[in-house]
Design a binder for this molecule. Structure first.
Ligand code: CA
Length: 239
Protein backbone atom coordinates (compact mmCIF):
# COMPACT_ATOMS: atom_id res chain seq x y z
CA UNK A 1 0.00 0.00 0.00
CA UNK A 2 2.89 2.44 -0.53
CA UNK A 3 0.71 4.56 -2.86
CA UNK A 4 -1.78 5.24 -0.06
CA UNK A 5 1.06 6.25 2.26
CA UNK A 6 2.61 8.52 -0.40
CA UNK A 7 -0.78 10.15 -0.95
CA UNK A 8 -1.16 10.67 2.80
CA UNK A 9 2.31 12.25 3.22
CA UNK A 10 1.78 14.51 0.24
CA UNK A 11 -1.66 15.64 1.44
CA UNK A 12 -0.19 17.12 4.66
CA UNK A 13 3.38 17.80 3.59
CA UNK A 14 4.69 15.28 6.15
CA UNK A 15 8.16 13.86 5.48
CA UNK A 16 7.93 10.34 6.86
CA UNK A 17 5.38 7.81 8.03
CA UNK A 18 6.74 5.98 11.06
CA UNK A 19 3.94 4.46 13.14
CA UNK A 20 4.64 4.05 16.85
CA UNK A 21 1.03 3.42 17.89
CA UNK A 22 -2.20 2.11 16.40
CA UNK A 23 -5.35 3.73 17.81
CA UNK A 24 -8.38 1.48 17.54
CA UNK A 25 -11.99 2.57 17.79
CA UNK A 26 -14.00 0.11 19.92
CA UNK A 27 -17.55 -0.64 18.72
CA UNK A 28 -17.58 -2.27 15.30
CA UNK A 29 -13.76 -2.56 15.37
CA UNK A 30 -12.77 -4.51 18.50
CA UNK A 31 -16.24 -5.89 19.12
CA UNK A 32 -19.00 -6.89 16.75
CA UNK A 33 -21.30 -4.76 18.87
CA UNK A 34 -23.02 -2.54 16.32
CA UNK A 35 -25.99 -4.88 15.66
CA UNK A 36 -26.80 -4.69 19.40
CA UNK A 37 -26.37 -0.91 19.50
CA UNK A 38 -28.61 -0.54 16.47
CA UNK A 39 -31.42 -2.56 18.05
CA UNK A 40 -31.06 -0.74 21.40
CA UNK A 41 -31.26 2.62 19.61
CA UNK A 42 -34.38 1.69 17.67
CA UNK A 43 -36.22 0.16 20.66
CA UNK A 44 -35.36 2.94 23.10
CA UNK A 45 -36.18 5.86 20.82
CA UNK A 46 -39.51 4.31 19.84
CA UNK A 47 -40.54 4.66 23.50
CA UNK A 48 -40.06 8.43 23.19
CA UNK A 49 -41.86 8.69 19.86
CA UNK A 50 -38.63 9.10 17.91
CA UNK A 51 -38.17 7.14 14.73
CA UNK A 52 -34.65 5.84 14.37
CA UNK A 53 -33.78 3.33 11.66
CA UNK A 54 -30.85 0.89 11.56
CA UNK A 55 -29.32 3.16 8.92
CA UNK A 56 -29.60 6.15 11.30
CA UNK A 57 -27.87 4.14 14.02
CA UNK A 58 -24.91 3.34 11.79
CA UNK A 59 -24.77 6.80 10.21
CA UNK A 60 -24.53 8.51 13.64
CA UNK A 61 -22.20 5.92 15.15
CA UNK A 62 -19.30 7.45 17.06
CA UNK A 63 -21.07 10.68 17.99
CA UNK A 64 -21.97 11.30 21.62
CA UNK A 65 -25.34 9.61 22.18
CA UNK A 66 -26.90 12.65 23.85
CA UNK A 67 -25.98 14.83 20.86
CA UNK A 68 -27.60 12.36 18.45
CA UNK A 69 -30.80 12.36 20.54
CA UNK A 70 -31.01 16.16 20.75
CA UNK A 71 -30.66 16.39 16.97
CA UNK A 72 -33.37 13.80 16.33
CA UNK A 73 -35.81 15.42 18.77
CA UNK A 74 -35.24 18.79 17.15
CA UNK A 75 -35.73 17.38 13.64
CA UNK A 76 -38.73 15.19 14.39
CA UNK A 77 -40.53 17.07 17.16
CA UNK A 78 -39.27 20.63 16.68
CA UNK A 79 -38.19 20.82 20.33
CA UNK A 80 -34.90 21.82 21.89
CA UNK A 81 -34.30 19.52 24.85
CA UNK A 82 -31.80 19.92 27.69
CA UNK A 83 -28.74 17.70 28.08
CA UNK A 84 -30.42 16.23 31.17
CA UNK A 85 -33.53 15.17 29.26
CA UNK A 86 -31.38 13.77 26.50
CA UNK A 87 -29.28 11.89 29.05
CA UNK A 88 -32.41 10.28 30.53
CA UNK A 89 -33.39 9.05 27.07
CA UNK A 90 -29.84 7.83 26.47
CA UNK A 91 -29.92 5.95 29.80
CA UNK A 92 -32.84 3.93 28.43
CA UNK A 93 -30.80 3.07 25.34
CA UNK A 94 -27.91 1.96 27.58
CA UNK A 95 -30.24 -0.09 29.76
CA UNK A 96 -31.57 -2.03 26.76
CA UNK A 97 -28.05 -2.49 25.37
CA UNK A 98 -26.77 -3.98 28.61
CA UNK A 99 -29.65 -6.43 28.83
CA UNK A 100 -28.57 -7.92 25.50
CA UNK A 101 -26.15 -10.78 25.01
CA UNK A 102 -22.51 -9.63 25.21
CA UNK A 103 -21.19 -8.79 21.74
CA UNK A 104 -18.41 -11.07 20.45
CA UNK A 105 -14.79 -10.02 19.92
CA UNK A 106 -14.34 -9.12 16.24
CA UNK A 107 -12.82 -12.01 14.25
CA UNK A 108 -9.21 -11.26 13.26
CA UNK A 109 -8.57 -8.48 15.78
CA UNK A 110 -6.39 -10.48 18.19
CA UNK A 111 -4.31 -11.81 15.32
CA UNK A 112 -3.83 -8.21 14.14
CA UNK A 113 -2.88 -6.96 17.62
CA UNK A 114 -0.40 -9.77 18.01
CA UNK A 115 1.34 -8.72 14.75
CA UNK A 116 1.39 -5.06 15.85
CA UNK A 117 2.81 -5.93 19.27
CA UNK A 118 5.51 -8.09 17.64
CA UNK A 119 6.52 -5.05 15.55
CA UNK A 120 7.11 -3.10 18.76
CA UNK A 121 4.22 -0.72 17.97
CA UNK A 122 1.91 0.44 20.77
CA UNK A 123 -1.83 -0.25 20.89
CA UNK A 124 -4.43 2.23 22.12
CA UNK A 125 -8.22 2.49 22.11
CA UNK A 126 -10.19 5.68 21.39
CA UNK A 127 -13.90 5.32 22.10
CA UNK A 128 -16.81 7.68 22.57
CA UNK A 129 -18.07 5.38 25.28
CA UNK A 130 -17.32 6.04 28.92
CA UNK A 131 -18.87 3.13 30.72
CA UNK A 132 -16.63 1.50 33.28
CA UNK A 133 -17.80 -2.08 32.53
CA UNK A 134 -16.64 -1.64 28.93
CA UNK A 135 -13.19 -0.49 30.03
CA UNK A 136 -12.91 -3.54 32.26
CA UNK A 137 -13.98 -5.76 29.41
CA UNK A 138 -11.35 -4.20 27.14
CA UNK A 139 -8.66 -5.02 29.68
CA UNK A 140 -10.01 -8.54 30.13
CA UNK A 141 -10.12 -9.29 26.38
CA UNK A 142 -7.08 -7.34 25.17
CA UNK A 143 -4.98 -7.02 28.34
CA UNK A 144 -2.03 -8.75 26.64
CA UNK A 145 -1.72 -5.80 24.28
CA UNK A 146 -3.41 -2.88 26.01
CA UNK A 147 -3.21 -1.02 29.31
CA UNK A 148 -5.57 1.46 30.90
CA UNK A 149 -3.27 4.49 30.32
CA UNK A 150 -3.74 4.07 26.57
CA UNK A 151 -7.55 4.08 26.56
CA UNK A 152 -9.30 7.35 25.64
CA UNK A 153 -12.99 7.51 26.58
CA UNK A 154 -15.81 10.07 26.45
CA UNK A 155 -14.49 11.53 29.74
CA UNK A 156 -11.12 12.51 28.30
CA UNK A 157 -12.57 15.07 25.88
CA UNK A 158 -15.49 17.48 25.80
CA UNK A 159 -15.88 17.41 22.02
CA UNK A 160 -16.54 13.94 20.65
CA UNK A 161 -16.09 12.52 17.13
CA UNK A 162 -16.22 13.82 14.37
CA UNK A 163 -13.99 16.45 16.10
CA UNK A 164 -10.30 15.44 16.13
CA UNK A 165 -10.08 15.76 19.94
CA UNK A 166 -10.48 12.06 20.86
CA UNK A 167 -7.67 11.00 18.53
CA UNK A 168 -5.47 13.95 19.57
CA UNK A 169 -5.96 12.74 23.13
CA UNK A 170 -4.95 9.25 21.94
CA UNK A 171 -1.66 10.68 20.58
CA UNK A 172 -1.03 12.45 23.90
CA UNK A 173 -1.42 9.20 25.82
CA UNK A 174 1.61 7.83 23.99
CA UNK A 175 3.81 10.65 25.23
CA UNK A 176 2.72 13.14 22.59
CA UNK A 177 3.13 11.45 19.21
CA UNK A 178 2.94 13.40 15.96
CA UNK A 179 0.08 12.53 13.58
CA UNK A 180 2.46 10.74 11.18
CA UNK A 181 3.56 8.47 14.02
CA UNK A 182 0.16 6.79 14.43
CA UNK A 183 -2.55 4.89 12.59
CA UNK A 184 -6.31 5.07 13.26
CA UNK A 185 -8.59 2.07 12.65
CA UNK A 186 -12.27 3.04 12.36
CA UNK A 187 -15.51 1.58 11.07
CA UNK A 188 -17.87 4.58 11.12
CA UNK A 189 -18.11 7.72 8.95
CA UNK A 190 -17.90 10.13 11.92
CA UNK A 191 -14.96 8.16 13.32
CA UNK A 192 -13.07 8.31 10.02
CA UNK A 193 -13.80 12.04 9.92
CA UNK A 194 -12.27 12.40 13.41
CA UNK A 195 -9.12 10.45 12.49
CA UNK A 196 -8.66 12.46 9.31
CA UNK A 197 -9.30 15.75 11.16
CA UNK A 198 -6.45 14.74 13.51
CA UNK A 199 -4.32 14.26 10.34
CA UNK A 200 -3.57 10.65 11.28
CA UNK A 201 -3.33 7.89 8.62
CA UNK A 202 -6.85 6.46 8.87
CA UNK A 203 -7.79 2.92 7.90
CA UNK A 204 -11.51 2.23 7.48
CA UNK A 205 -12.83 -1.28 8.04
CA UNK A 206 -16.39 -1.51 6.76
CA UNK A 207 -17.89 -3.96 9.24
CA UNK A 208 -21.42 -2.51 8.94
CA UNK A 209 -24.15 -2.14 6.30
CA UNK A 210 -23.29 1.33 4.95
CA UNK A 211 -21.78 1.60 1.44
CA UNK A 212 -17.98 1.98 1.24
CA UNK A 213 -18.43 5.51 -0.16
CA UNK A 214 -19.69 6.68 3.27
CA UNK A 215 -16.20 5.96 4.65
CA UNK A 216 -14.14 6.91 1.60
CA UNK A 217 -15.96 10.24 1.25
CA UNK A 218 -14.82 11.15 4.78
CA UNK A 219 -11.22 10.77 3.65
CA UNK A 220 -10.20 7.25 4.72
CA UNK A 221 -6.67 6.52 3.48
CA UNK A 222 -7.37 2.79 3.03
CA UNK A 223 -10.47 0.62 3.23
CA UNK A 224 -10.85 -3.06 4.11
CA UNK A 225 -14.03 -5.17 4.16
CA UNK A 226 -13.32 -6.72 7.57
CA UNK A 227 -10.74 -7.06 10.34
CA UNK A 228 -9.45 -10.45 9.20
CA UNK A 229 -8.68 -8.94 5.82
CA UNK A 230 -6.82 -6.03 7.44
CA UNK A 231 -4.86 -8.47 9.58
CA UNK A 232 -3.90 -10.53 6.50
CA UNK A 233 -2.73 -7.37 4.70
CA UNK A 234 -1.06 -5.67 7.69
CA UNK A 235 2.53 -6.30 6.62
CA UNK A 236 1.91 -4.62 3.29
CA UNK A 237 1.06 -1.43 5.22
CA UNK A 238 3.59 -1.54 8.06
CA UNK A 239 6.68 -3.63 7.55
CA1 CA B 1 -17.20 2.37 15.84
Amino acid sequence: MPEAIDRYLKKYGFKAFSPKAVLFDMDGVLYDSMPNHSIAWQKSMEKFGIKMTAHDAYATEGARGIDTIRTMVRQQQGRIISEEESQRMYDEKSRIFHEMKEAPVMPGIKELMSQIAAQGIGIGVVTGSGQRPLINRLLKDFGNYLDVEHITTAYDVSRGKPAPDPYLSGLKKFGGLNPWEAIVVENAPLGVEAGVAARIFTIAVNTGPLPDECLLDKGADLLFPNMQNLSDSWKSIVL
